[in-house]
Design a protein around this ligand. Structure first.
Ligand code: FBP
Length: 550
């Protein structure tokens, strides 16, 4: 194969040695805390997870040297890319080699389906070295296949037996880690001897709780988007002629949008959780934007920036009902799929929805209405990254401003540009924070495995302190679970962390947004992620994490 061409930064980053918590630098001893319970529905979760419920939280300390038996380990990357995935794997590899040089690491290819379809490679030192501190998931690929039925678990057990794999590490978001926990329980109940350990991944930042301070990738992705937003703000402030509507990824929660607002201080930032809490309609959202535009126009400022969370549409109560009706209507709907024209599909949907939802569906621009009916993801959800909410808002805001202008209530000029930032940040070279955090998560997983643990998520805490003071260990996944309705049935799932309106990051934003909206210039220009230089430039965690820990 032709050698890959590399940038000077890639070459320099290959030699970066990620920092580890002090406890992981030498020999490790496990300290077990008290028994745990799930965040809610304790009786139901305990019954569903008799082997993996109630286990203690584990923290690591420095200890005596121990001899560990040889193990084979399989690793899976699940779901959307997030910066640092390769470092979880290199940390896992280095940890396994330090604990017993005869250990072996296999990578299942293309996500969870690799386990089921027996697609794998052995991860050698050469492969690992090639991917250290790089972005992307291309080392073994990722996928969104759900591991959720016994036939899949059994097929997985066959390949594990064949390769001598004693443990599987699932690197994924809340759904993937939920499935990892179910797999751990199944393998435990059936005495397969296969352990399962999870790692918290997602740029969305919604897999977090008391024990998991942040998911990896959130830091880098937000820094990449904030750089771009800052650049746009400087352009807006120079040209003074465009309103920039910027949609940011994050399937459901608005953590990314809020973090980018904290970093760049835009004129407007919409937080979906607030929209839902205030029971706002789409028109209310439009009105809140128009108010700021009109006000700035009074001061001759016909430009600005607006951050819009990707998930917004599902947090507007009436839209949520419409989407949920569409999800039910379109699930396995052969008739709909067989229709040839968009118009035919539109008429069918209009007729099949409830009167209220049908009315909303009709009122939407045709393009957006069509986007709402596109293919669902494997979890049956609408793919919000394909819905151009920023364009919808531009259209509605422009209409409203035109009416105000006709009534003599607005004298400005409205020119808009739309942007969507998502994929730009998911495979960026991990920031120092993400490079260190992910390496530590992988290393932690190797210790949990060697100590025979299963049903745990790798946990590294105290993240606003220097890496040497981070606290590594494991958290029982059942501890993060509650029962939720999925496809009409109550299921045990990891509770998703939405933006808390009484949390420090949102409160900080709410206290400053009026200043950011008005005629003064509050823009901040964060600039690109820095990998070398003073610590206050290179090693700072997100504002969200800092505010949450204050
Ligand atoms: P994960 O939750 O799997 O980490 O993925 C998050 C995400 O990047 C969302 O922000 C986005 O809506 C979605 O993936 C896009 O999915 P896809 O990669 O399938 O287009």
């Amino acid at each position: 194969m032709k050698p890959m061409s590399k940038s000077p930064l890639q070459i320099a980053r290959a030699t970066y040695q990620p920092k580890l918590p002090a406890a992981l630098k030498g020999n490790v001893v496990l300290v077990e805390g008290n028994a745990t319970q799930s965040v809610a529905n304790q009786v139901e979760i305990k019954e569903l997870f008799p082997n993996t419920y109630g286990m203690p939280i584990i923290t690591f300390n420095s200890g005596e040297k121990k001899v560990y038996p040889q193990v084979g380990v399989g690793v899976i990357l699940s779901g959307g890319q997030a910066p640092g995935g390769h470092n979880v794997i290199s940390g896992l590899y280095d940890g396994l080699m330090a604990l017993n040089p005869a250990n072996k690491l296999y990578g299942f290819l293309g996500g969870p389906s690799g386990l089921v379809d027996h697609e794998y490679i052995e991860l050698t030192k050469e492969i690992i070295d090639e991917h250290r501190n790089t972005g992307g998931f291309d080392i073994i690929g990722s996928g969104r296949t759900k591991l959720e039925d016994v036939a899949q678990y059994e097929k997985g057990a066959v390949i594990c037996k064949q390769l001598g794999i004693k443990a599987i590490v699932v690197i994924g978001g809340d759904d993937s880690n939920t499935n990892a926990c179910v797999l751990a329980e199944y393998y435990s109940q059936n005495n397969t001897g296969i352990q399962v350990i999870g790692c918290p991944k997602t740029i969305d930042g919604d897999l977090k709780n008391e024990m998991i301070e942040t998911s990896f990738g959130f830091d880098t992705a937000c820094k990449v988007y904030s750089e771009l937003i800052g650049n746009i703000q400087r352009d807006a402030n120079s040209a003074k002629k465009y309103w920039h509507f910027i949609r940011l990824m994050g399937r459901s929660a608005s953590h990314i949008t809020l973090e980018c607002a904290l970093q760049s201080q835009p004129n407007i930032c919409i937080v979906s959780e607030e929209v839902e809490a205030n029971n706002m309609t789409l028109n209310d959202v439009v009105e809140s934007i128009v108010e700021v535009i009109v006000n700035r126009a009074k001061h001759g400022l016909n430009f600005g920036t607006i951050l819009i969370p990707e998930g917004l549409i599902e947090f507007i109560p009436a839209m949520k009902t419409l989407i949920s009706e569409l999800n039910d209507l379109l699930a396995h709907n052969e008739d709909f799929n067989a229709m040839n024209t968009d118009e035919e599909k539109r008429q069918y949907v209009k007729g099949a929805l409830s009167p209220v939802s049908s009315e909303i569906y009709r009122s939407l621009p045709k393009g957006i209405a069509k986007q709402l009916t596109l293919d669902r993801d494997p979890h049956g959800n609408v793919q919000v990254s394909l819905i151009e909410t920023e364009k919808l808002l531009i259209e509605m805001v422009a209409k409203r401003l035109a009416l105000l202008k006709a009534a003599g209530k607005y004298k400005g000029k409205f020119s808009s540009i739309n942007h969507f930032f998502g994929y730009e940040g998911r495979c960026a070279i991990p920031s120092n924070f993400d490079a260190d955090y992910t390496y530590s998560l992988g290393y932690t997983a190797s210790v949990l495995i060697s100590e025979g643990k299963t049903g745990y998520m790798s946990s590294v805490r105290n993240l606003t302190a220097p890496a040497s003071e981070w606290i590594a260990g494991g958290v029982p996944i059942t501890m993060m679970m509650n029962m939720e309705k999925r496809h009409g049935q109550m299921k045990p799932v990891i509770q998703k962390a939405l933006v808390l309106l009484d949390g420090a990051p949102f409160k900080y934003f709410a206290a400053h947004r009026e200043d950011w909206a008005d005629e003064s210039q509050s823009y901040v220009y964060p600039g690109p992620v820095q990998y070398y230089g003073p610590s206050e430039v290179c090693d700072q965690p997100t504002k969200t994490l800092q505010l949450e820990k204050e």
